[in-house]
Write a protein that binds this ligand. Sequence first.
Ligand SMILES: [Zn+2]
Ligand SMILES: [Zn+2]
Length: 370
Amino acid sequence: MEGLVLAHDRNSLAAQLKQYRLCNRCSERQGAIARTKLSQPCFICRGLMEKLDSLTEKIKTAICDYEFDTFLVGATLPTQIYEREDALRARLKIRGMESVKNQLTRELGMRLARQTRGKVDYLRPDITISLAIDKENSIDVTAKSRPLALAGRYTKKASGMPQKQDRCPDCEGKGCGSCNHSGLSGYDSIEGVIAKKLMAITKGITPRFSWIGSEDQNSQVLGKGRPFYARVSDPRKRNFRKITIRGNGVQAILSTVDELPTTQPRFIVKTRIHIRCDKNLTKKELQALRELAGREVSYRNRSKMATKRIRSASVRRIDSNNLVLTVVADGGLMIKQFVGGEEYMKPNISEVLGCKCECVRFDILDVELQ
Ligand SMILES: [Zn+2]
Ligand SMILES: [Zn+2]
């Protein structure tokens, strides 16, 4: 008869439970109805279950800065509470009833739902509230929110700005007091500029980024910008439509997404490359560059060979040995190697023009996700 207490057993159970001093909630959990006021602390919970109201207030203080629609309450209880309840249940042959932890978190969840208008969500709560209760019944309440997932694009007009920021040397990125819980060594990169503002706006910590490709630190990023994803831990604010960030020549526009992609999406990049050659260029040689359109560039990627497809190529001559080549190609084509041809890459610009070529600079005109 697990999980059930038959009606005719109720009276005898209540009588048996009387020999223990139990508070009302601990009696109810055994299947008995109790309306007593204990003069001594309850045998099982030692007064914990009488603290639900003050505990609810403590939780509300811990979560007062957070925006949330859903929450979940979890608890760690001292083993002694379980041991006392288990001993009582073994003796009275009570089985299949709710656990003390379940009753505690359920009752707190109901109170919080009423008082905050949030809903309990077991799978994907906006905030997770954790109670740590020691054997003296002192209670530590912590709250943490679900990370915020964002998708965005950035443009960059500044020169000399790298994409990535080094990790904080003290915490190696985990977040600590000396990096203001950013996990970063500073804010003098695209990552740094966006991270700093994201932390200020979301009141979260340790933003993490995944970039859809990269460029040189002197490259401009134009058009709609380069796509990227970001995840901010423990955000206080989470209800955003659009976030716009500007600073140091960088502009980023982000919006929240449900999930971040688990694999890097394929993408196509339009790049404008300034090339200097060590000889004067003929019209015929420039024509050879246009014919790169439709070809595949192969190169060594670690131990195996990989290819990137050139979708279009247009050329403009600036003077006798300087030119601008605009290519639309698969994302990830390494532009400097493609021009110089030092590391194995075939075809490459130096080879096509039959002279030594150098990439003076390159700019990203557009990035298209596939
Ligand atoms: Zn109790
Ligand atoms: Zn740090």
